[in-house]
Design a binder for this molecule. Sequence first.
Ligand code: PMP
Length: 318
Amino acid sequence: MATSCVMPFAFKGHQIVPKEQATVSLASHSLQYGSTCFAGIRGYVRERNVRIFRLRDHHERLMNASKIMGFGFHISYEDFEQIIAQLIEANRPESDFYIRPFLYSENEVIGVCYNGLTFDLGVYMIPLKSYYQSDKGLRLTISSWQKISDAAMSTKAKAGGCYVNSSMATTDARAAGYDEALMMDHNQNIVEASVANLFIAYRGEIFTPPVGSDVLEGITMRTVIELLENRGYKIRYEPISRSMIYTCDELFLTGTAAGVIFADSVDGRIIGSGKEGPIARTVRQEFQSVIEMEHPKSKGWVSEFSISEVCHEACSYI
Ligand code: PMP
């Protein structure tokens, strides 16, 4: 989890401002009612370049989220990319970081509907190396909190309010000594972790829950599926039961913050050998080679931004 300091500049009110000025009223609708949608994007710093993974897909998911929620906000990809570029220039990150764009409403309104509210884009950045503390594999538990259903609240929109559900599951998991919680849907199938998608190797095949189930359609998940399919694996999109989880040969999670990370146990049951399995290792290494621009897919998936030597307009506050 990122506990370090937010970088000095943020985007708010259509401009780059010092983060201290990027604040909202206590009475804002988004703070009262969780009316936000957000994206989470990795920035990798390599020499004087920042690499960003699948920025266009993150923008598309955020715009789809606005559409699903009825926020009525839209920004073109070109304008979005320019804001990110300006913020990189202003903050001049020196190590890997996380970009958090989100849509929010500052309207000071009591009332639970979005009609008539104005939604805007805010963006901040925060240094982030690994999200999970564990470098040896995750200790997971199946949460007793049920994953919200797409029939109740969109699970595809990364809406702020949905993360109350994720936070409750993770809070209880951590209090019980686990690293992360797996979530069950209303059919008692395991759909994902609190902030990451799920893959298992089971009887020689790779399973992940159906896209139409209550999962967030992860950009890392889509990437991993493509990498696996290119290697000749066929993915089975099927419900995953508790017993399949306890008896699978490999279990790994994928996410922008999480990366590709294996689980060594679930509820105390050792998964496979308790070590990183061959599929998880292959996928993790291949994913890393994409970021390091060593993969045929790198060019299409990674945008590079150079941090200029000279400070110009975008960082005029410095
Ligand atoms: N599921 C949930 C609930 C998440 O919050 C995330 C993180 N965005 C993911 C899955 C993984 O998605 P992505 O690979 O796009 O980060």
